[in-house]
Ligand binder design. Sequence first.
Ligand code: KG4
Ligand code: ZN
Length: 336
Amino acid sequence: MIVLGIETSCDDTAAALYRPGRQEPFSEIVSRQYQIHDPYGGVVPELASRSHLEALPHITEELLKKENLKLSDVDLIAATAGPGLAGALIVGLSFAKSLALAAKKPFVAVNHIEAHMFAATAAEKVEYPFLALVISGGHTLLAHVKSPEDYAIIGRTRDDAAGEALDKGAKILGFPMPGGVNLAKAAERGQRGTADGRRFPRSYLKPSYDFSFSGVKTALLYHVERTKPGSPEAIDNIAADYVEAIMDVLVKKTLLAARELGLETIVVGGGVSANSRLRELFNLRGRARGKQMRVVFPPFPLCTDNARMIAARGLQTYQDKGPSKLDADVFSTFIN
Ligand code: KG4
Ligand code: ZN
């Protein structure tokens, strides 16, 4: 089985081939747009759509060529239908439908959040049920996952997503795009708990499993306005405390939910799952009743937006529900 995945939900254009069962099942080409959007301080939707339109035919052709394949060798074509930027999604979805029509192959529309939720399971065998933590630029949620097609959202952010809080924090501290990535690197260089990087507030919203990250972002803004950190070291130290405050809440609440629900496996997904401190904290704290909780992270290429996870989730969806109709629409928000 050869699956072609297409991802265009935000500012990354990606095409991937997924051949399950092979030693190295994935092959991918990603075209990133940071430089296009950086002068505007954030993703400009129309520019994102135009870049996808330009990049998609080239990266898809290059990918097939690299793997010595023709479009007719592909068995299934999967593309992200949402959530994301509507214009950007329309480009990828229409491209995938056209390929499917031309090659007379089945097409499947993929939910981007589900793709993040199950990304780690495409690389490593995971038993059901598990607790999923999806942490991306647009979403932060906890889901009780019983099977690939049966999951219930038990908590979500009430304001900013974790990745959004990192990206906005990066802007406050003056880092260029990709903000969250640059902030995470600064945090690795910095020292936690220093005199000028005060302990930032944590929002636990007990007894719910919901999250809130707007308070910590505002606290960072006030702190920077008041202390006016000048040196790169001072900024790195603040970054370290800011990242710590966000990761601390994510890890504590997820572990608590897993214990309360009696789940022994946690599967993390989304761009923020690439964070080194998050991984460290889960490993440090993930013991329950003397037993280490199993916390599964996707390999790095499956963390931030990618087409590998779209191809893998596309195959799962196709096997469970069959192909999507060629009039499948895009959707901007995640409803479950
Ligand atoms: O999953 P993703 O690529 O796109 C969305 O679906 O939103 O997630 C993007 C988010 C961004 O907010 C970015 O700041 C964050 O993932 N991110 C990271 C790291 N790499 C990306 N956050 C923390 N540490 C990282 N290493
Ligand atoms: Zn994503």
